[in-house]
Design a protein around this ligand. Structure first.
Ligand SMILES: Cc1cc2nc3c(=O)[nH]c(=O)nc-3n(C[C@H](O)[C@H](O)[C@H](O)COP(=O)(O)OP(=O)(O)OC[C@H]3O[C@@H](n4cnc5c(N)ncnc54)[C@H](O)[C@@H]3O)c2cc1C
Length: 418
C-alpha cells in the first residue's frame, strides 16, 4: 500500500519508518525545508517512561490557579476568545479526577515502555547516532512536601512496571556528581535507571535519511491546505508550494501527524481532534566545564525544567503556556530557565551564549496521544503527544503501522478516535 504521511516531525518520520518495516511504500510531506524543524526541533531530550504522568491530575487545578498571575509560571493558562481552548479546558478538568488520572497513567506507562523498547531496537538495528545517553533520568526535589508526593507517584509508577526508585541526596549525587554544586538545596530524588536521553532533532533527521535510502520520498516546502474527502474516503491532499502554486497528492492511505495543527486540517472533514498547543521554551547552552555539567538527564521538580546533556551542549527546557499558536519568545521565561540552571550549576555552561527556542506541544486534555483509525477507512491519526512526543514516538508509530497493516498493535493502549 502507498501511504502518505502528513508531517515530518519525530512522529511522522517514525511512522514512515515503521510503515516501511511492514512492507508499505511511503511518502512524507511537510511545509518546512527539512524534517523536525518545529516541535521536534529543540525539546528536552528525555525518553522519560518513568515520568509518564499526565499534567491532568487531582493537584493540577489548584496549582494552575496559584500560578495564573505569574509570568514565569511553570504552567500558565491564558484564557482567550477561543471556544476550542475552553472546550479543551473543560475536558482537562474532567481528566483531573482520580479515576481518569490513574487510567491515563496506566495507559501512558504501557505505551512509554513499549516505545522505549522499540527505540532501543531501532537504534541497535540502524546504528543511528543522536547524542543518546542511556544513563537514566534523575528527578530532584527542593521542596519537602513535593518530595513526599513524589514518593507516592514513584510507587504508582512501579505498580505499572517502571523502575522509578527513591534516592537520598547523597545517593543522587553519587549518580550525578555535578549535582554536588546544588547539594544545599536538595531534599531527595527519584531515579529511573532504564530511562534515556538524546537529541530528537538529530534522530528524526537521520531516520528520515534512512527512510529515503529505503525508497521513501520526502516532499519539503509544501503546506497542506486541505484534505479532500468524497464518498466516505479521503481522496487527496491539497498542498501549496512556496510560490503559491497548489497541487494534489494522492495515496491509498493517509496519516495525519501534524502536531498542534492536526485539528485545523481534520475539522473541516468532521474530525474534531481535542489537541491544543501548549507553548514550551528551551535554551541550548554550550558546556563550559565538562566535569561540572550533568551527564545524567535531570528534572528539577520545583522549577519544572529538564536539563539534558546533548554532546557538548546542555539543553534546558520547560514551561507550558496554553495561549494559542504564537511561538514568540517571552524574555522573562527565557531568563527563568537560565537563572535557575546557573543557580544550580554555576560553572556548567556558557550561559551568555544560550540559544533560545519555543515549540508548541500538541496537547490533549488527558495527555494520551490520539493514535489509530478514523471514520474514514483510509485516514489515520498519530498526534497529540504533548509533553511526551519523543518518549512515545517509536511505540506510537510502530503500533499504528501494525494497525494500518491489519495486525495486532503489540501494546495494550486505547487506540482510535470516535
Ligand atoms: C519545550 C519542550 C520540551 C519538550 N521536552 C520533551 C522531552 O524531554 N521528552 C519528550 O518525550 N517530549 C518532549 N517534548 C514534546 C515533544 O517535543 C513533542 O511531543 C513532539 O516533538 C511532537 O512531535 P510531532 O511530530 O507531533 O510534532 P512536530 O515535530 O511539530 O511535527 C509536525 C510537523 O507537521 C508540519 N506541519 C504542521 N502543519 C502543517 C501544514 N499545514 N502543512 C505541512 N506541514 C505541516 C510541521 O512543519 C512539523 O514538521 C517537549 C516539547 C517542548 C515544546
Amino acid at each position: 500500500m502507498k501511504v502518505l504521511v502528513l508531517g515530518a516531525g519525530v512522529i511522522g518520520v517514525t511512522t514512515a519508518w515503521y510503515l516501511q518495516e511492514e512492507g508499505h511504500s511511503v511518502a512524507i510531506v511537510d511545509r518546512r525545508e527539512a524534517p523536525a524543524m518545529e516541535t521536534s526541533f529543540a525539546n528536552g531530550g528525555q525518553i522519560s517512561a518513568g515520568h509518564a504522568e499526565p499534567w491532568a491530575n487531582p493537584q493540577a487545578p489548584a496549582k494552575i490557579l496559584k500560578w495564573i498571575w505569574r509570568d514565569d509560571a511553570p504552567l500558565l493558562f491564558r484564557l482567550r476568545m477561543d471556544p476550542n481552548q475552553w472546550k479543551w479546558g473543560l475536558k482537562f478538568l474532567a481528566e483531573c479526577l482520580p479515576g481518569p488520572t490513574r487510567d491515563n497513567i496506566a495507559q501512558l506507562a504501557r505505551l512509554a515502555l513499549f516505545s522505549r523498547e522499540s527505540l532501543g531496537e531501532l537504534r541497535a538495528a540502524t546504528g543511528i547516532a543522536y547524542d543518546a545517553l542511556t544513563l537514566g533520568i534523575l528527578i530532584f526535589y527542593t521542596d519537602a512536601d513535593a518530595y513526599e508526593h513524589a514518593l507516592k507517584a514513584a510507587a504508582i509508577m512501579r505498580e505499572f512496571g517502571l523502575d522509578r526508585v527513591p534516592k537520598t541526596v547523597d545517593e543522587a549525587i553519587a549518580i550525578e556528581p555535578a549535582l554536588a554544586s546544588a547539594r544545599a538545596k536538595l531534599v531527595g530524588a527519584t531515579y529511573t535507571p532504564s530511562d534515556e536521553s538524546g537529541d530528537a532533532h538529530l534522530f528524526t533527521q537521520r531516520l528520515a535519511e534512512k527512510v529515503i535510502a529505503r525508497g521513501g520520498t520526502f516532499h519539503p516546502g509544501r503546506a497542506i491546505v486541505k484534505l479532500d474527502a468524497d464518498d466516505g474516503r479521503v481522496t487527496s491532499v491539497r498542498v501549496r508550494d512556496p510560490q503559491g502554486e497548489e497541487s494534489f497528492m494522492r495515496a491509498d492511505a493517509y496519516v495525519v501527524a501534524l502536531s498542534s495543527y492536526s485539528p485545523l486540517l481534520t475539522r473541516p472533514i468532521g474530525i474534531d481532534l481535542p489537541v491544543y498547543p501548549a507553548k514550551g521554551y528551551s535554551a541550548s547552552v554550550p558546556v563550559r566545564d565538562a566535569r561540572k555539567a550533568p551527564h545524567v538527564s535531570l528534572t528539577d521538580d520545583s522549577a519544572k525544567i529538564v536539563i539534558t546533556r546533548l554532546g557538548e551542549r546542555l539543553r534546558i527546557a520547560g514551561t507550558a503556556e496554553l495561549s494559542g499558536y504564537s511561538t514568540d519568545l517571552n524574555p522573562v521565561r527565557c531568563q527563568a530557565l537560565i537563572e535557575r540552571t546557573r543557580e544550580l550549576f554555576p560553572e556548567a555552561g556558557r550561559y551568555e551564549e544560550a540559544a533560545f527556542w519555543t515549540g508548541l506541544r500538541p496537547s490533549t486534555p488527558s495527555n494520551r496521544p490520539i493514535i489509530g483509525a478514523t471514520r474514514f477507512p483510509n485516514l489515520y491519526v498519530n498526534t497529540g503527544h504533548g509533553t511526551l512526543g519523543w518518549t512515545l514516538a517509536c511505540g506510537s508509530a510502530r503500533s499504528l503501522a501494525r494497525i494500518i497493516s491489519g495486525r495486532d498493535p503489540g501494546v495494550d493502549f486505547r487506540f482510535g478516535f470516535q
